[in-house]
Design a protein around this ligand. Structure first.
Ligand code: ADP
Ligand code: ZN
Ligand code: ZN
Length: 829
């Protein structure tokens, strides 16, 4: 007799499956949705495995199998398991990533009174019990959560237990309604031949006694028949009514005569319905693009059974990576396979989607969180049914049920938004993509101008195959006549702010940047001023020598706590008093903190009167669509200077921008995260990529206090390899990724003392467990307050594990409520 291992949608966070038997006649496959008994409830589940032997001696029967094809392929079931194990996340949460949107239904508890109002009056009851019974009296059935809210009674569960025990209340369980269903729209279908139908309507009316009224109905009826014959035979009811003015009675008359029928038709809520796309031919690839594409094509065409390689396409900004993806996608489709393309959420603009849709007209699905639940639901089903050659989407699109997967592309693979941070599962879409590719045999292409250090390290070690596009392309001409020449990367100048200060310039624009902006404006060109604002007020820097105090154990900058005038390490919690003088040069100007975008806007207004300014940061872009609006305005040259934070660095392609000024590289360099050097390099390189996309070329000016920081120097030379060498040697020394793994445990609580106590207690437990289990290569750092010590009213403390597989220590532990576990975190901020 077969048994099923089922991932159960229960409130408790399990990582294991539960074993169920199959009643006679019932058969299930992996990935099928089922209903199972769980305690006294019936819950949803998904079959993860079918076995001959039970894993658990006492099993209960599956209650029912949901009809229809399995919701997960076996590969995706395996992927869900891997995510659960790797990221230490509840199994059903991992399964749910891949289920149709809105699948999860809330388990409800229904309460039914068994005693009437009069009976209650005579009973001996506690005040709480009486309150509940009185609220139930006279009602047929009430949902427990509703009643809990109604009465504001936290302990409702316990009270109901007592009442049920005395036979005064009956409980039953069911699932809440599905959140989304297929959308059906009433349609009208023509059943008869047009001539016959027209004759019948016309004749009918002739011998009708009630002449005038019926005759008035005739024209719309005939018009409706004509419309159905011409555009039909099936048309949406609302459309037909609007077009022909046919009345309900007229329609009923046609139905009664059997000339037309009403039908419900499932329609797809298509998020691309409004996107105008005209098909476009592929341009000729340059020789370098062709070489890269060629290697991918060979992998796509490889014989069955050979493992699929992972490619790392390292191409500078504007080198034509997307063109290579498009060609590889075409090859994939020609081979009868399908693909998933991941792009960062912020790049998932209509422009991006259009680029794919132009080449695969009608065959592109988009998946991202901005879609309505109905659209997501419909896209999921359309994708599952094989309607799309290419799924383009942000992080979670990796879980689209795309069949026959032949190719996965992860564009801008270094983007840390590919890591899900909240809620669990805290998966990395790139890692999930790698696993899925391995499971399905799909070829994986990771692309970036500034690859993640870890990806590049794998390429160096031979695990990935490196493909390089070292030069920018310069397209010209249109259509088949499009040609490409090579174009240099922009010149980068690094300005030493210490010298500016010494020579009497106290403003935020160095003389060099000021001059360059003025020149660009005079020439009618556009300028981007970039500022890294995150954590701007957090570190302390000497204005004379650029020195920033750093923790010697963790190699991250110390964070300034104004209230106590202390500098604190957010990894290990070591701290010291804020020094009066710079330890390096004895200067007293050590308290310099960062600047914000508003300040830059003010100063730019003063320094360049007459220039039209546009600010782009989180404060002004909270509303949906504001990204698009700002971008469109700048593209239309309605502003001369765009001032912004991280967002301006990503993927903007504005030919009239000839100058990019980085107001200060230092904020990014000094965040207390071991990745701050890497992030700064990436950001500077990306932001520099915004300059000189047009025929006039471009330049970049980076202002900084320590101009000899390796990340700044490497960015100025566009020297990825040089940056990698330096950064990798630092990481190796301290055992940071890719030379070790990390996990971050955070405890958050409204009471600061309690938060600290809990963190101390867990750290102690972890240290003891580590010794008991004899796990050698794992440092336990902290606890320390998080870089953001208080979030949404909760005080946050963190513990870092650094070294080997954090799962070794954490897998068997159960964490008290309030803890979050982030395995392989991409940010320690
Ligand atoms: P990346 O993805 O590396 O930033 P893109 O693929 O967006 O680069 O290419 C930059 C620009 O050059 C785009 O406008 C693209 O259409 C164009 N382009 C890329 N390759 C070619 C080619 N072989 N022929 C003509 N135009 C090209
Ligand atoms: Zn100094
Ligand atoms: Zn430290």
């Amino acid at each position: 007799m077969p048994f099923a291992e089922v991932a159960v949608n229960s409130a408790a966070p399990h990582r294991q499956t539960f074993t169920y038997s199959l009643p006679n006649g019932l058969s299930v496959a992996v990935g099928q949705a089922v209903y199972v008994p769980f305690g006294s409830r019936t819950l949803q589940g998904v079959v993860m495995e079918v076995t001959e032997e039970p894993r658990f001696p006492e099993t209960r029967d599956i209650i029912a199998v949901v009809e229809g094809p399995p919701l997960l392929s076996p590969e995706r079931a395996a992927l869900a398991r891997w995510i659960s194990e790797h990221y230490l996340a509840p199994l059903f949460d991992c399964v749910a990533l891949m289920l149709p949107p809105g699948f999860r239904r809330k388990p409800l508890t229904l309460l039914r009174p068994l005693a009437s109002g009069e009976e209650i009056a005579g009973l001996e009851l506690t005040p709480r019990q009486r309150q509940v019974l009185e609220a139930l009296a006279g009602r047929r059935e009430v949902e427990a959560d509703e009643l809990r809210q109604e009465l504001g009674l936290r302990t409702l569960g316990a009270v109901v237990d007592q009442l049920a025990g005395r036979g005064l209340v009956e409980r039953s369980y069911e699932l809440g309604p599905p959140k989304v269903r297929a959308k059906v729209v009433p349609h009208v279908r023509l059943l008869a031949a047009l001539d016959a139908a027209r004759a019948e309507v016309a004749g009918d009316l002739l011998d009708s006694a009630s002449g005038a009224r019926v005759r008035a109905r005739r024209e719309p009826m005939l018009a409706a028949l004509n419309a159905l014959a011409e555009e039909g035979p099936l048309l949406p009811l609302t459309k037909l009514r609007a077009q022909t003015g046919i009345s309900v009675a007229g329609l009923r008359a046609l139905v009664e005569r059997g000339l037309v029928a009403l039908e419900d038709v499932e329609v797809e809520r298509d998020p691309l319905a409004d996107l105008e796309v005209s098909p476009r031919d592929a341009p000729l690839l340059t020789a370098t693009q062709e070489a890269a594409y060629g290697e991918i094509a060979v992998a796509l065409e490889r014989r069955n059974g050979e493992a699929a390689p992972v490619f790392l396409l390292h191409g500078v900004t504007g080198s034509g990576k997307t063109e290579v993806y498009l060609r590889a996608l075409e090859r994939t489709v020609a081979l009868g396979r399908r693909a998933i393309v991941l792009v960062p959420e912020i790049s998932l603009t209509p422009q991006t989607v259009r680029r794919f849709a132009e080449r695969f007209t009608g065959q592109v699905a988009v998946a991202h969180s901005g879609l309505s639940l109905g659209q997501q639901f419909d896209q999921w089903r359309g994708i599952r049914d094989g309607h799309y050659a290419v799924v383009v989407g942000a992080r979670s699109a990796i879980f689209a049920p795309q069949p026959d997967l032949g190719l996965i592309v992860v564009d801008e693979e270094h983007e840390w938004t590919y890591k899900q941070e909240e809620p669990a599962p805290r998966y990395h879409a790139r890692a999930a993509a790698e696993k899925l590719a391995e499971l399905t045999g799909a070829v994986l292409v990771l692309g970036s101008a500034t690859p993640d250090l870890e990806s590049y390290h794998r390429a160096r070690a031979g695990r990935y195959r490196l493909l390089a596009l070292p030069e920018r392309v310069q397209p010209s001409g249109e259509g088949a006549a499009r040609v490409c020449t090579v174009r240099p990367l922009p010149e980068v100048e690094v300005v030493d702010l210490r010298r500016e200060l010494k020579e009497g310039n106290r403003g935020i624009f160095s003389r060099s940047l000021g001059r360059a902006v003025a020149e660009a404006l005079a020439a009618g060109e556009q300028v981007i001023l970039f500022l890294n604002r995150r954590g701007a007020a957090s570190f302390v820097q000497c204005r004379d020598c650029g020195h920033v105090p750093v923790c010697s154990a963790c190699a991250v900058s110390l964070t300034y706590h104004a209230a106590e005038e202390r500098l604190v390490c957010h990894h290990c919690h070591r701290g010291r008093r804020l020094p009066e003088r710079c330890p390096q040069c004895q200067s007293a100007r050590i308290r310099f903190l960062g600047i914000g975008t508003q300040k830059v806007e003010e100063e730019a207004g003063r320094a360049f009167p007459g220039a039209r300014l546009l600010r782009w940061d989180r404060d002004v872009t909270r509303q949906r669509g504001s990204h698009e609006r700002i971008l469109t305005r700048f593209l239309a040259h309605e502003a001369d200077i765009l001032i912004g934070t991280q967002m301006v660095a990503k993927g903007l392609d504005i030919p009239a921008v000839t100058l990019v000024g980085v107001i200060s590289a230092d904020v990014g360099l000094n965040l207390p995260d071991f990745r701050s050097g890497e992030r700064s390099f990436q950001l500077l390189e990306q932001v520099a990529g915004r300059a000189g996309r047009g025929p006039r070329g471009g330049r970049v000016i980076i202002q900084t206090y320590p101009p000899n920081h390796y990340a700044v120097e490497a960015a100025a030379r566009h020297d990825y390899a040089g940056f990698y060498e330096h950064e990798a040697s630092l990481r190796r020394r301290l055992g940071y990724p890719p030379f070790g793994r990390l996990a971050r445990l955070i405890f958050a609580h409204t009471n600061p003392l309690y938060a600290q106590e809990q963190a101390l207690r867990l750290a102690k437990t972890l240290r003891r467990e580590k010794d008991v289990q004899g796990i050698p290569h794992l440092d336990i750092l902290g606890p320390a307050p998080s870089f953001v010590p208080k979030m949404r009213g909760r005080h946050r403390w963190q513990i870092l594990l650094r070294g080997g597989d954090p799962g070794e220590l954490l897998r068997e532990l159960s964490f008290p409520q309030g803890w979050t576990v982030d395995v392989d975190p991409v940010s320690l901020l």
